[in-house]
Each structure stands twice: as C-alpha cells, then as structure tokens.
Design a protein around this ligand. Sequence first.
Ligand SMILES: Nc1nc2c(ncn2[C@@H]2O[C@H](COP(=O)(O)OP(=O)(O)O)[C@@H](O)[C@H]2O)c(=O)[nH]1
Ligand SMILES: [Mg+2]
Length: 325
Amino acid sequence: MGLFKFLKEKFSKTKKDDKVETYQKGLTKSRKNFASKLNKLSSSYSKVNEEYFEQLEEILIEADVGVNFTLQIIDEVLNQAKKDKITDPKQINEILVDKMFLDYASKGDVISDVSFKEKGPTVLLVVGVNGVGKTTTIAKLAYRYLNMNKKVMLAACDTFRAGAKEQLEKWAERLSIPIVVGKDNADPASVAYDGANKAIKDNIDLLIVDTAGRLQTKANLMAELAKIKRVLEKEIPSAPHETFLIIDATTGQNGVIQAAAFKDVTPISGIVVTKMDGTSKGGIILAIRNELSIPVRFIGLGEKMSDLQEFDLDSYLYGLCIEDE
Ligand SMILES: Nc1nc2c(ncn2[C@@H]2O[C@H](COP(=O)(O)OP(=O)(O)O)[C@@H](O)[C@H]2O)c(=O)[nH]1
Ligand SMILES: [Mg+2]
C-alpha cells in the first residue's frame, strides 16, 4: 500500500486524535496551496505528459519545498513512472507524496523531545533571528515539560533587545517557574553563568536559555554564542545538550538561508518551525531537511500553548497533501 492510502486509512474520521486535528487546522493554508492544486491538476488531465510535470514542478516551488528538492523529486517521480509505466495523474500524485516521505525519512530517525540527562540539569539553548518566535516557543516548551513533571528554569540571555527580558519574565510568572535575568545590556554569558549555577543549586531538570539573534554580524553572533556555550559547559558538563534553531515558516526560503547561516556558527541539534498556521509555504520543512539534514523537532501551528506540537512526519504530510473528501 502506498503512503497516500496508508495515511488516509490511519487518519480516517474516526481515528483522528488531537494531534492530527491541530496539524490539519494549522496547515489549512498550506494544504489549500498544495493539496488543492494537486487535485485540480490531476483532474484536468487524463494522462500525464511533459506539460503535466511542468505544472507539478510549479506547484512544488510555490509550496516552498525549494528548487533543489523540487528538481530531485520530479526526477524521482518521472523515473518511477517510466519504470512502472504509470500515466494516471492521480497515481503520479501518490508517488510524489511517497517520495516526499522517503526523502525525509531516509535522513534518519527523529525523536522530537529533548533528550534528558540522567543526572543534573539538561541545558537547551534556543537561537534564531529576531521575531521568529524564540521567546514564545520557549514558553510553550516550558509548558510541555512542566506537564511532564520536569523542573524547568529559564535564563534570559537576550539582554540586547528592549523588552525581551520582561517578555520572558511574564511567561515565567504565568507558568510559575523560576527565571534568571541580568541587567539591560549585561553580558549574556554572565546571565548564562548565573542560570547554570542556579539550575544546579535548585536541582532543575531543564534550563532553557533564550538568546538574542543578531545574524547581521555573523562574527559577533558567533563570538556571543561561543562565549555563552563556553560558560555553560564550564558549569555543567557538555552543556548545552541541545541547541534548537527557531525558523519562521512565513519567511519561506529565507528560513532555509538562515538555518544554513546558523549551522555555520554553531551545531544545531534540532529546528522548530513556527507560524505554520500563518503561511501557505508549508513545504519549507521538506526544504530544510533536504538541504541541511537537520531534523525538525517541533512545529508551531498556532498561538495556543498546545499548538506547539512534536514533529510527526505522517501528520505533517497528511495535513499538507490530503484534502478532506
Ligand atoms: N500564529 C503564530 N504566531 C506565532 C507562533 N509562534 C510565535 N508566534 C508569534 O510571533 C511573534 C514573535 O514571537 P517572539 O517569541 O517574541 O519572537 P522572538 O523575537 O524570536 O523571541 C509573537 O507575536 C508570537 O505570538 C506560531 O506558531 N503561530
Ligand atoms: Mg525573544
């Protein structure tokens, strides 16, 4: 059975859980831009031809899966179609979805959740340019791990942007969790130092470190992140244990460029793609995975706490590629 039928079966009306509902709702715009166009295309042809594949290519580019991935996947679909002598447009579309799945999955298993150390605080460093959703994602992640009975603490290392500290403080207050802050324009590394020590002293399970994302000057960013990491590692062995890069889905291919730039500066253990609900460019996840091989760990499908979901390839492809009948 192909993936297309498998997903339809897996998520048939009676079996839909909260997770897949959240994905479906959050991916509505992307689905309109992708699944609807695919269906329209396949119903206007009785047999595929060169023109069909050209239009397919256009739909993929518009979904922001990236040029490289588009060309690669069209090639794979063409080869398969030739090999199996398939000319039915609907079947071609199904092969396409299969290939999308295989490309993502072939790059390795994905475990969404932070992997916790057995002893001592686990440190999660959060990076990304301004406005992508770092602070709100931190709040959502804190909420998630609180619900898993973890002791969570925040460190406000974005000492640069006006109001950044206050924004994180507000979240800490709402969630009733401790937070370490510095003075305005304080050295972010000094806040990281205080955070690490307080986390050890208070037996914290998860310390989440917010940072300022000044990508404009790569050298500065690199120096700042390196210093934060050096301090963390000195206080807590092999910290940070995870580094999440936050990418705003509404920026499309720009997000892929940002991810590449950050990857140059520091190792990234996972990506969180935010604001999927506000864009039709939902294919960006496939572009990131294809071009950078970094796993997407969580995805932001709305503003509510529960709208940050662990990344699930089946739910994502279902939400993007399959329209309700
Ligand atoms: N619709 C939507 N908005 C989001 C999502 N994630 C973050 N935002 C909004 O994006 C804006 C910027 O977020 P913020 O956390 O301050 O970004 P930061 O500068 O990277 O820390 C805020 O208004 C958030 O509410 C999401 O998944 N969906
Ligand atoms: Mg922020």
